[in-house]
Write a protein that binds this ligand. Sequence first.
Ligand SMILES: [Fe+2]
Length: 435
Amino acid sequence: MPRRNWTDEDEALLLNLRNDGYTYAEISEIMDRSESSVSNKFLIMSKKDDSTQEEENDSEDPEVLSSNQERFEHKEDNDSVQIRSVSERIQTVDEALEHASVNTTVWKVDRFVVNSWEAPSKEHGVTTLWQVKVWLIRRASKPITEGLETLYKRILEHKPAVPNKNRKPITADKHLLEVSLFDHHFGKLGWEPESDSQYDLGSSESIYYNAVEDLLDRTSGYNIDSILMPIGNDFFHVNNWMMTTQRGTPQDHDGRFQKIFEVGCMAAIKGIDRCLSVAPVEILWVPGNHDPETSWYLARFLDAWYRNVEDVEIDKSPKYRKYKNYGINLIGFTHGNEEKHRDLPAIMAAEVPDLWAKAKFRSWHLGHLHRKSQLVHNGNDTFGGVTISVLPSLCGTDAWHYKKGYVKNNRAAEAYLWHHEDGYAGHFSANVRLD
Ligand SMILES: [Fe+2]
């Protein structure tokens, strides 16, 4: 990259971006400069500012020298706080922070100066004045703290669900209901004029919840004693603040990262709460190729949210593949982008031999392709007694998929019924519904 001089406009942009909480890596992308160039420039600019302030503030304060009046300054901007105290009584950094009511969960001390000098006093003739100067920086960038604060507010508005104690008692014909909303891609953007379908953060939230509602309605006539919800499988469209997948592929996205995460978390909670009105819920975290980290944060978040609800269990263990045994059924879950599909039966037998031995119905449920697998369409193709199904997705098409011709899939979510003694009992589909 050829060396380019920094203009005043460049410096102002750099300062604004840092104040807005962008990382050096993000700024490097935006300004088309190397990461070391932007970080060095910012440090040089910061030192310049500090040295100016040192010259202004390091000397004894003439206004305070002549009396015992106190002087206190408190300056704050997006990413830093400066405190300066000159007095007899405030002599330490902690005392200065307390006097300034600094929230130390948000700010941390970057550096400080404490010094003192003799000054005339009306009461005592001579007294010691203390100067305490503290520079503080944010513990986390502003977008992160703002995102968390928004989430906390919504948490306060939405108390954890109390399981519905009026559920019908299930004594016979027990079923597990698997509610599988795969590849929802919260945060994905499909712009209708460009990709033939509109999909954004707002519509993804209502589509998600309506699908849960429809699947529960359609299965309400069955005796359901437990519900299984795999979560992950590209629940989120992006994996990080750069709005890319885990491998760094940039994505068309709707909204800022913290907003996407917040909407996704609250949609999951709403869906789980609705399921709790039917039966206890078990969550399995299954990482996707878009969201292995973001969906793990979601699993941790749900684990904390439902910590006092005994009817919710969350398997957030790090294994990529998860298994569920229910009566004579064994269902394996994986996103489906890593393993050869034909190897999955052998993988199941090798990984959970005890469950394999006692199961009579063995299945794999995969996502990733956003369309129902032809294997299932053709009528329960099996490999050594194991059915392998690729489940559809409710999410819309973005520009890249449209260009490639991946269009007009049936956008749907599915729920499967597993009878405790009789095995697979059928499945239901919920298509896209906005209201
Ligand atoms: Fe996906």
